[in-house]
Design a protein around this ligand. Structure first.
Ligand SMILES: NC(=O)C1=CN([C@@H]2O[C@H](COP(=O)(O)OP(=O)(O)OC[C@H]3O[C@@H](n4cnc5c(N)ncnc54)[C@H](OP(=O)(O)O)[C@@H]3O)[C@@H](O)[C@H]2O)C=CC1
Ligand SMILES: CC(=O)[C@@H](O)[C@H](O)COP(=O)(O)O
Ligand SMILES: [Mn+2]
Length: 387
């Protein structure tokens, strides 16, 4: 009998983490939970730990340590707290596969820690590659471990490339266009968080939902694709596909194209990454052409949704530019979610931060950390001046 894969879910209380646990619950013969982590949602972390009986949990917010330990210690579950513990536990060799499902820059250190240990990573946390893709990919290569994409577009490309000897000419990332597809600046100036959080096709965490609404998500995904698949900026295109059925496409050097399709359900790419190299069965609802009489495509409006244009420039520029853009973006999305700045002001702050923070061609990991801090500080000042 094959032994079960022991999964460490970093960010188990989030949208990806919760869906990963649903996949695990549906495949008790394939997977076991080794580690669960959360930042502040102690109640859900405890609930998940009682159900899935991991070896350990980590709560990022140290003030919640006692509350978690008081419940789980008697159940034989180890409890740790704080960001350093998260990095340490990520390096445990009892984890067969790390699911990197923390949101934002905070996911970088635990993911690098797992890779350094030689643990394969199922990567949802795209910011890790946006910030330090060169270092992350070099670490994976040096350790000979796979990074299996979870992000739906990159999972689609990965699935199109699996078993494919041909060379890639280009990849085409599909974008839904978000809740404001077709809208213009005079509309966007007044949009509020509740509307921006209403993604037409996917139910996701708050940060990525806002990124989808501004098209920054697609910009981050272009940079993610560059690193995952070793592509030049010119080999990565974006097309708006409002139905989110084709998850992305690859065009090979003979002009032939492959696409991966399915209903928009993140459990599919999560299950694929966790089961890889096997393709596991499931009873998720199936796509039917009867329900989708037409699949449509159009060009993105980068004049209105300027975040995508900025990200394309950043992708071409390289160096620390994507790290700076990501930090400013995390700050503005937070501020927008707190109703402190408007939808279009997010773009202004990102642009001004990129103009201010010195460009560095070949940053080290330390340089990325410094650029992240400097960009956040500058963006925070700009946000403050706008209030
Ligand atoms: N949701 C989706 O469908 C998709 C998500 N992704 C990517 O996956 C990642 C996760 O997204 P999603 O699940 O939507 O995000 P959520 O906001 O729903 O969940 C984030 C998770 O990270 C934890 N977390 C937050 N901040 C920190 C921190 N500073 N240190 C450690 N842990 C932290 C949260 O803990 P707590 O709950 O305690 O706050 C939670 O478990 C993102 O990078 C996103 O871009 C990619 C494709 C699709
Ligand atoms: C599910 C997923 O992978 C998200 O990144 C999704 O693609 C967001 O939708 P947009 O295409 O609107 O950015
Ligand atoms: Mn995606």
């Amino acid at each position: 009998m094959m032994s079960k894969k022991r999964i460490g879910i970093f960010g188990s209380t989030g949208s990806i983490g919760r869906q990963a646990l649903e996949v695990i619950a549906a495949h008790p013969d394939k997977f076991e939970v080794e580690v669960l982590t959360a930042q502040q949602n102690a109640d859900l972390l405890i609930e998940q730990a009682i159900q899935f009986k991991p070896n350990a949990v980590v709560i990022g917010d140290e003030s919640k340590y006692t509350a978690v330990k008081d419940v789980l210690f008697d159940k034989g579950i180890k409890v740790f707290a704080g960001p350093a513990a998260m990095v340490e536990v990520a390096a445990w060799d009892s984890i067969d596969l790390m699911l990197a499902a923390i949101v934002g820059f905070a996911g970088l250190a635990p993911t690098l820690s797992a890779l350094e240990q030689g643990t394969p990573v199922a990567l949802a946390n795209k910011e890790t590659l946006v910030v330090a893709g060169d270092i992350v990919m070099a670490t994976a290569r040096r350790k000979g471990v796979p990074i299996i994409p979870v992000d739906s577009e990159h999972s689609a490309i990965f699935q199109c490339l699996t078993g494919e000897p041909a060379r890639v000419e280009k990849v085409i990332l599909t974008a839904s266009g978000g809740p404001f597809l077709g809208k213009k600046t005079n509309y966007l100036i007044n949009v509020k968080k509740d509307h921006a959080l209403q993604h037409p096709n996917w139910s996701m965490g708050a940060k990525i939902s806002i990124d989808s609404a501004t098209l920054m998500n697609k910009g981050l995904e272009m940079i993610e694709a560059k690193w995952l698949f070793g592509l030049a900026a010119e080999q990565i295109e974006v097309v708006i596909h409002p139905q989110s059925i084709i998850h992305s496409m690859v065009q090979f050097t003979d002009g032939s194209m492959k696409a991966q399709m399915g209903l928009p359900d993140m459990k599919l790419p999560i299950q694929y990454a966790m089961g890889y190299p096997d393709r596991l069965s499931n009873d998720f609802p199936r796509f039917s052409f009867k329900n989708y009489p037409s699949l449509t495509f159009e060009q993105p409006d980068t004049k209105t949704f300027r975040n995508l244009a900025i990200a394309i420039e950043v992708l071409k520029k390289g160096g620390n530019a994507a790290c700076v853009m990501n930090a400013a973006n995390e700050e503005v999305v937070n501020a927008f979610l707190k109703n402190r700045i408007g939808f279009l002001q997010m773009t202004e702050v990102i642009e001004e931060t990129l103009a201010k923070i010195p460009f560095m061609e070949k940053p080290t990991l330390q340089h990325y950390y410094e650029a992240d801090s400097a960009a956040r500080e500058h963006a925070a000042e700009l946000i403050h001046s706008l209030i």
